[in-house]
Design a protein around this ligand. Structure first.
Ligand code: ADP
Length: 490
């Protein structure tokens, strides 16, 4: 067992350079940055620090592959087969990829193995199936004309992703882009570049032509900004913070790039007194603490109906005390470290805000150990809507419980935020559940469940939680331009 653990703990990190036009090359500046294992704060390796020059080269390669290469013009079914092949190769290396993800991000190995990597494979397979099903329509216009539409690939897409689900965000971005016939310049997050680089290696091995996928690791304001400003990029798909999205939106205005954003949230999770409380409590725990609380759709505002409030808080506390926090490579671990020091500091600052604003700590609130960025699963009760912990996205294991009295009040309070990514409701009353689903302003609503993701189901935000949708047919549509062709029949 010890040897297995050691092998898993030290996956082979082979790809650390920029991947441009099918070649692995150092950054033009020669600069590198460190990526660390957040459980021990040890440096894993140095990674090429891409910047404008590298982005220029990557966009040239992607442009060439799009404008003159075979990719966007090949038989769509063959393109689908290559995406399937990439999924096959990931499946072959799934244990190693899961270990790389845990090493770089700190998430528990059981999550990397059972959630992240299987979802990566599923997403790629789902979109592989779409490649030959991207159809236009015929339109009955006035006069003697034949009018039809074509859905064409949008072109070169810049994809900028965060660190919370590095491999999965790569798949969410690559799947629809590849199916549509686009070419890609991707920048993974500076905290977690390794799984994306490994996936690029597998894409090459699968036979996806050189220049179709290019990866430039580096920082946001340098490499990221260069992608956003580049006139050769047709669309930006971004996942991250709203503040960054607003910068991107301004920068992209100059070249009128197409934009899709998947941003933050402060999602309401509502437990009515008539709910199956066992399921609701487990669901509320999972909704917030999964992935160390580092989910854009985390159920971070837990509204509990007055009648069952005290019981729910007591049982959530017990559940938190039971949660196994520690070495992310231990298969029993349920919660690993936060991704880096900045996130760790931010979370502890919000714990202080919670106390200052008058909320009551029910459990947690402190660091775990003295090495690595571990935070106790933290539960606040007595939270009111105006407190900072009820309004701001904390992106950590801090759950705020708010009390409510009736149905009318809960929709209003759920919607009293600029976010609108997700919401959930727990009740046995079907009509009440659907009424809530219809009235809450959020892109995804879960009824008696939470965080149920599927590549076929669109995901994205209302209000300041996003622009456009990812996954499903809607996600694919955002990688296409619609062309109308009208033919005179005379
Ligand atoms: P998070 O808090 O999740 O790190 P960010 O929005 O800061 O959210 O980062 C998400 C991604 O956006 C990362 O890959 C980051 O490097 C990138 N990024 C940050 N700032 C910019 C920027 N000004 N332009 C383009 N990309 C950026």
């Amino acid at each position: 067992m010890a040897t297995i653990t050691e092998t898993v703990r030290r996956p082979q990190v082979r790809q650390t350079q920029c991947f441009i036009g099918g070649k692995w090359i150092p950054a033009a500046s020669g600069k590198t940055f460190e990526t660390i294992h957040p459980a021990t704060e040890e440096v894993i390796c140095e990674v090429a620090e891409g910047d404008k020059e590298d982005v220029d080269a990557a966009v040239d390669a992607a442009r060439e592959a799009f404008d003159h290469g075979e990719w966007s013009k090949m038989d769509a079914r063959d393109r689908g087969a290559l995406i399937h092949k990439l999924a096959d190769l990931i499946e072959e290396e799934k244990d190693e990829l899961a270990a790389i993800e845990t090493l770089d991000n700190g998430k528990p190995i059981s999550d990397s193995r059972n959630a992240d990597i299987p979802l990566v494979i599923d997403c790629l397979r789902y979109y592989a199936g779409w490649a030959d099903k991207i159809e236009g329509r015929t339109i009955p216009i006035r006069g003697n004309y034949f009018c039809y539409t074509r859905r064409e690939p949008i072109g070169v897409v810049g994809q900028i992703i965060p660190w919370n689900f590095p491999a999965l965000m790569t798949a969410w971005k690559w799947g629809p882009a590849l199916a549509a016939g686009c070419t890609i310049v991707m920048k993974p997050a500076e905290q977690t570049p390794l799984s994306c680089l490994r996936m690029a290696r597998l894409a090459q091995k699968a036979g996806i032509p050189d220049g179709v996928i290019n990866v430039v690791p580096g920082y946001g304001p340098t490499a990221g900004a260069a992608i956003v400003k580049h006139p050769g990029v047709d669309k930006i798909a971004f996942t991250g913070e709203g503040a960054t999205a607003k910068i991107i939106q301004r920068e992209a205005a100059e070249t009128m790039k197409r934009l899709t954003f998947e941003l933050g949230g402060k999602s309401p999770n509502v437990i009515f007194a008539d709910a199956d409380l066992d399921a609701a409590i487990e669901g509320a725990h999972f909704a917030l603490y999964f992935n160390q609380g580092q989910c854009c759709c985390a159920g971070s505002r837990l509204f509990v109906e007055e009648r069952v409030h005290d019981e729910v808080v007591d049982r959530l506390r017990e559940r938190n005390l039971d949660r196994k926090v520690g070495d992310p490579f231990d298969p029993e671990t349920q919660q690993g470290p936060q991704v880096d020091e900045a996130q760790f500091d931010k979370i502890l600052k919000y714990v202080e805000y919670g106390k200052k604003d008058g909320a009551k700590i029910v459990s947690g609130g402190k660091r775990v150990g003295d090495k690595g960025y571990f935070v106790e699963p933290t539960l606040f009760s007595g939270v009111t809507d105006d407190m900072r912990i009820a309004k701001d996205e904390i992106f950590g294991p801090v759950l705020s419980v708010l009390k409510f009295k009736n149905v009318d009040e809960i929709v209003k309070r759920s919607n009293a935020t600029n976010f609108g990514l997700a919401a959930a409701v727990w009740t046995r009353d079907v009509a009440k559940a659907h009424r809530y689903a219809a009235n809450v302003r959020a892109g995804t609503v879960w009824i008696n469940c939470y965080d149920v993701f599927d590549a076929a189901a669109p995901f994205g935000g209302f209000k300041q939680s996003g622009l456009g949708r990812e996954l499903g047919e809607a996600g694919l549509a955002n990688y296409t331009e619609l062309k109308t062709v009208t033919v005179s029949m005379t």
